[in-house]
Design a protein around this ligand. Sequence first.
Ligand code: SF4
Length: 360
Amino acid sequence: MSEPLDIRSCDRQELIAYMKSLGQPAFRARQLFRQAQKLSAPDFSSMSDLPLSLRQRLQEEARLTTPAVVTERISESGDTAKLLLEFADGERVEMALMLYRREQARDRATCCVSCQSGCAMGCRFCATGMFDRFRNLTAGEIVSQVQLADALARRLGFDGVSNLVYMGMGEPLANFENVRKSILLLNDEDGLNVGARRITVSTCGLVPRIYEMADWGLQVGLAVSLHAADNEKRRALMPGASRWTAEELIEACDHYRARTGRRVTCEYALIKGVNDSREDANKLAALLTGKGILVNIILANALPERGIEASGEETCAAFCRVLEKAGVEVQIRESRGRDIEAACGQLRKRQEEQAGPKAD
Ligand code: SF4
């Protein structure tokens, strides 16, 4: 038997075709799209603008991805939330929400979504890379995370989700089509209508996919995880990205910027004794000078099982000075929500450790 159609994963054209197959007029597709995308209807019975007979038919042969909230944590400061979500097959992902009150500009509510449950890239410093099971999320499963974040932001006094980053669990460019489709759904004016310029996709550096992404025709931001300019060091830290050199990655970033007009940011997690020396900073400066790339320095999240420790603040300041002196723009990204294990993969990992091994 074929899988029921997930309406939350469908774009307008797919819904038009589906409604046509049921003998329904095309305008029903738009109603259904709005219900699934903008109003985040939890089930078909609540779609009161659709005729009862259609709702019953949908109930029988389609579905609406709606994950269960396993855990909701809000930081003491109230500016960061982390949700652990479970989909129908038992796969769990994390979603984070960061809230910013701003005096001179519109408040910001940034949702950090997961695109895979787990990740095959195996970055040494990342808790998500330690799970032994994973799968790609569908477009609807990605959208449903943002819908929950939007409702939570409103509950916390914000005007819904304003920004979106694909920086949660998983490598977005390894789930290329579903990520692309989710962006189109979230960007749709009949959906949550998040502007493309407010969406950032973060990759560990799958170079050919960056060239393909440049052809999307969307002004989506790109962030690349570099974490070492030295290729040998980078290979050890990020085995999943080791097929391409740092130079090839920066060339792809150049292309992305030229094609989309969007500046690229480069993420660099400072790990004590691993990638935080003056020599590391000099190599990074040599790689990025004149490239117009903004470097985001993050203090690595501790991962004792892998011997990963954050660099000290003085080391961090000295590292940044080297980059600044070379004319490379750099900022230290504030780390939020340590009290709620907001870093990627931490919450799920902790809960799985407490629950013991999971049966397949
Ligand atoms: S850092 Fe990103 S790409 Fe690397 S293992 Fe973690 S989730 Fe995957």
